[in-house]
Design a protein around this ligand. Structure first.
Ligand code: BGC
Length: 413
């Protein structure tokens, strides 16, 4: 091999985790004990219904992942299945998740298990959900039960997926259940989510010790966005500083202070064009402009595609001195060449961060399958694998094959 070719190759570490992510509600189907199930019907949104029927077809789906050379897979445990009534845990559903994990282990695919991915049991929401401090013990108890059931086969855990996104949609913009828009309640929920992570983190480590198991790796999945200013005004610069501090990193700073993360899960999709014209917390934190320049590509939901933002953010995360796993990064598009281009560019960005000394340990594409994209329904297509929602047939996309070569060789050519 000539030197030129070696130089053109991008090589990732040998033990890198390669795979894709899903969440229970988005793929399993029929999660009728979840608050989202009731809400979808009440507001007349597209219903999640059978979703991808992954609850039944997980073995086949994992065969596909294995065939694509994935060595890791992120999934979530649906709280409302495991504890459909307060305090009553379903042994059948716990066994289901044990089987799912075993099924990954048999295929030598490392599971990463999320304990909360946006949905709650109906009974928990009826009690006031995350807005009531006294309800946190319910989540801790659920995590305790699941940890004991799965501990011997799970090393990587994510306690809560994207607390700030959940907070924003469910408690600030009012887009998701319970559709609250009170800033005061949002602050309480934010504190409660952070406190829950701290409590669960400690409890889970204690359980592993009690069971004489090797120390697990427990983190959180934080959604981060790159920021670019519409103009270099002082106001825009100040807004960017605030947004990084508050929206991207406040939670990580807080958990890190308590030494309550063994790794950091980073979910990255897009960037914000920051366009602030007047002082005020709303504008400083949320006001956005649009970049319609031809060089900025968009996904099918209109989000800007901005690969270099990922390495910019990873370099900021370096200060925590912790391992990082890209827990989600993906694109919804009907153009599969655009999907491969997205993956290729973002992997280059990850590699750039690795070369600068960021301890990135893995990359999980969002998502393995097309799935239920929350209030946007089934139209956005994020999957490496296409799902036909009439027949539930799966079809591997070309981008998945290209990605599988990287998973197999650790090399991006
Ligand atoms: C969430 C996923 C979601 C994806 C694409 C992430 O914020 O964790 O549940 O499907 O983004 O919107």
């Amino acid at each position: 091999m000539g030197d030129g070719i070696i130089e053109a190759m991008i090589k990732f570490p040998n033990d890198f985790l390669w795979g894709a992510a899903t969440s229970a509600y988005q793929v399993e189907g029929n999660n009728s004990n979840a608050d989202w199930w009731v809400w979808e019907k009440a507001v007349g949104k597209e219903n999640s219904g059978d979703a991808c029927r992954h609850y039944e077809f997980y073995e086949q789906d994992f065969d596909l992942a294995k065939g694509l050379h994935h060595n890791a897979h992120r999934l979530s445990v649906e709280w409302s299945r495991v504890e459909p009534e307060e305090g009553k845990f379903s042994q059948k559903e716990l066994q289901h998740y044990c089987d799912v994990i075993q099924s990954l282990r048999r295929r030598k695919i490392e599971p990463l298990v999320t304990l909360h991915h946006f949905t709650n049991p109906i009974w928990f929401s009826k009690k006031g959900g995350w807005a009531k401090k006294e309800n946190l013990s319910c989540f801790v108890r659920f995590c305790d039960v699941v940890t004991r059931a799965l501990a011997k086969d799970v090393h990587y855990w994510i306690t809560i997926n994207e607390p700030t996104i959940y907070l924003f949609h469910s408690y600030l913009s009012g887009t998701w259940p319970p559709q609250s828009t009170s800033r005061w309640i949002a602050k309480i929920v934010y504190d409660n989510l952070a406190t829950s992570h701290l409590e669960v983190y400690r409890r889970m480590h204690d359980i592993y010790k009690e069971l004489n198991l090797l120390r697990p790796s427990i983190g959180i999945a934080q959604h981060v966005q790159a920021m670019t200013p519409s103009t270099n005004s002082l106001l825009n610069q100040f807004a960017i500083y605030l947004r990084h501090k508050i929206c991207n990193f406040n939670l990580l700073d807080r958990l890190n202070k308590h030494k309550a993360m063994d790794f950091i899960g980073i979910n990255y999709y897009s960037r914000q064009m920051v366009d602030v014209k007047k002082i005020g917390l709303f504008d400083l934190l949320l006001k956005m402009g649009k970049d319609n320049s031809p060089e900025i590509q968009k996904n099918s939901l209109g989000w800007d595609i901005y690969p270099k933002g990922l390495s910019q953010l990873l370099l900021k995360v370096k200060k925590y001195n912790l391992p990082v796993i890209i827990a989600e990064n993906g694109i919804c598009t009907l153009n599969d060449e655009q999907r491969w281009d997205f993956i290729d560019q973002h992997l280059k960005s990850v590699h750039h961060a690795l070369a600068q000394g960021v301890d990135v340990r893995g990359y999980l594409y969002w998502s393995l399958l097309d799935n239920f994209e929350w209030h946007q329904g089934f139209a956005p297509r994020f999957g490496l694998i296409d799902v036909d929602y009439k027949t539930y047939a799966r079809a591997i996309r070309k981008s998945a094959i290209k990605f599988s070569e990287v998973c197999k060789t650790g090399v991006l050519v």
